[in-house]
Design a binder for this molecule. Structure first.
Ligand SMILES: Cc1cc2nc3c(=O)[nH]c(=O)nc-3n(C[C@H](O)[C@H](O)[C@H](O)COP(=O)(O)OP(=O)(O)OC[C@H]3O[C@@H](n4cnc5c(N)ncnc54)[C@H](O)[C@@H]3O)c2cc1C
Length: 425
């Protein structure tokens, strides 16, 4: 980050209710921890509040795109510190017709995709934030956020209010449903979301470093996945679009995938479920306004997941960095900080989201999906390009521009992590 350190730990006015911190962060997921680490790097005082105690599970596919890897590297995360971290070398996509496209990633010694269980990754992120000097209140729920002059008062289940110049709302897809800021609540995604389920399966066959995606007719424009998560453990799930499917459909479709020849062929018939199936929404419609004065919304709380794939870790991490850059540039003027954040979120994400929305719409068609998957696997160049594009090394919008496609072919930019090889099983 190109910011110069400065300390802002003094409140701007003398009368403080409870404790004062420059930034209070609601939620210690990737968005909240990214914001905390960046905020500490520029000398802001930070309190992170999370209702969970860590390590905690987050229902997720555990897949890390190239952008997520870049952000994690910038935060100082080392793969070796995440025990089940697994670098991925290729993607195998099965089309509704059963045709399989093998997409191999470049073999240039860098990492383009990895998997890391969220219980381990998020705990490591929190540790880095704590080591950087962020205070934490874990097992503590934020119950309200109330404006008070040019500051905010954050009420918690512990009874101790914290006052702050800025509040970062990184509480995820369903965090803080009812807080009373005194302003109108932003419209939530409602019916325009993905919903996704996930289950871990242990005792699988030895799994190679490939991730598997299955588009089949009953779940389009959604898909099923199998991501290796350690040598004999798999993360399996299904994502559906809520425009045409309900949560009970999701459970039924996931059970079907779990019994399918596709999955049994990959995992063997001795695989066992570690725990019950879990489902959670994936917000894919960005809030019209992610900022309200000094209250900035990040990650899932701002609806920033990719509409086509549902990935949101990269966006959560990125929005944490962007929020702190905006706050730091305009610390004494929350209105300007909010404006800067709005603009930067728009320029970072809008074009890619528009492209993903078009692709989500096209994926409703089985015929189009079959054709696209055949094309993806047609030559080694094409398949390598799509592997990089699908996992966000190449921006989504490049697929609509021949010039951007050609440019990206010349310069693959994977992430070099010291220690990644040692961490792989
Ligand atoms: C089944 C499924 C599979 C997915 N697979 C992938 C994938 O493979 N790759 C990918 O990139 N993305 C994936 N996603 C999306 C990804 O999980 C999210 O985008 C990501 O977790 C968003 O991070 P976040 O920090 O915004 O929120 P979260 O990770 O949800 O963190 C929010 C935190 O806020 C805390 N919190 C909430 N409310 C309060 C409160 N009132 N007080 C205090 N604390 C609170 C919660 O305890 C939590 O720790 C998947 C999502 C689902 C549902």
């Amino acid at each position: 980050m190109s910011l110069v350190a400065r300390s802002q730990s003094e409140p701007r006015s003398a009368f403080v209710i409870g404790v004062y911190r420059d930034v209070v962060i609601v939620g210690a997921g990737p968005a909240g921890c990214s914001a905390a680490i960046h905020a500490r790097s520029v000398g802001l005082s930070v309190r992170i509040i999370d209702r969970a105690s860590f390590p905690r599970d987050k229902t997720c596919g555990d897949g890390l795109t190239t952008v997520a890897l870049r952000e994690l590297a910038a935060l100082g995360i080392q793969p070796a510190s995440v025990p089940s971290w697994r670098p991925i070398v290729g993607v195998r996509i099965t089309s509704p017709s059963g045709h399989v496209a093998q997409l191999d990633l470049p073999t240039d010694g860098t990492c383009y995709i990895a998997t890391a269980p969220r219980s381990e990754l998020d705990e490591q992120l929190l540790t880095v934030a704590q080591n950087a000097g962020a205070e934490t209140s874990l097992g503590t729920t934020v119950t309200d956020i109330v404006p008070r002059g040019d500051r905010w008062v954050v009420a918690t289940s512990s009874g101790e209010p914290v006052e702050a110049a800025y509040v970062i709302h990184a509480g995820g897809a369903r965090g803080l449903p009812t807080f009373k800021t005194g302003r109108p609540r932003p419209a939530t995604a409602g019916r325009d979301e993905l919903i996704a389920s996930r289950v871990y399966l242990d005792n699988t066959l030895d799994l190679d470093d490939q991730i598997h995606i299955w588009f089949h007719d009953d779940i389009l424009p959604g898909y099923a996945w199998m991501f290796p998560s350690g040598k004999n453990t798999a993360n399996v799930g299904v994502a559906l679009h809520t425009a045409n499917r309900s949560p009970s459909d999701l459970v039924a479709e996931t059970e079907r995938v779990l019994e399918s020849d596709w999955l049994v062929g990959l995992l063997g018939d001795s695989a066992t479920r570690r725990a019950a199936l879990r489902s959670w929404p994936i917000p894919i419609r960005p809030l019209p306004d992610p900022a309200d004065g000094g209250l900035l919304r990040l990650g899932d709380a701002a609806g920033l997941c990719d509409p086509m794939t549902g990935e949101g870790i990269a966006q959560a991490l990125t929005s944490g960095r962007l929020a702190v850059e905006s706050i730091f540039q305009h610390f004494d003027r929350p209105d300007l900080a909010a404006d800067a954040y709005r603009k930067t979120i728009r320029s970072e994400f809008t074009a890619d989201y528009r492209t993903s929305r078009i692709l989500l719409w096209l994926l409703r068609s089985s015929r189009w999906t079959r054709g696209a998957i055949r094309f993806m696997g047609s030559t080694q160049w094409v398949s390598r390009w799509f592997a990089r594009w699908m996992f966000e090394e190449i921006p989504r919008r490049a697929v609509l521009s021949p010039a951007a496609c050609t440019r990206s072919l010349r310069s693959p930019r994977g992430v070099r992590f010291a220690g990644a090889d040692e961490a792989s099983p």
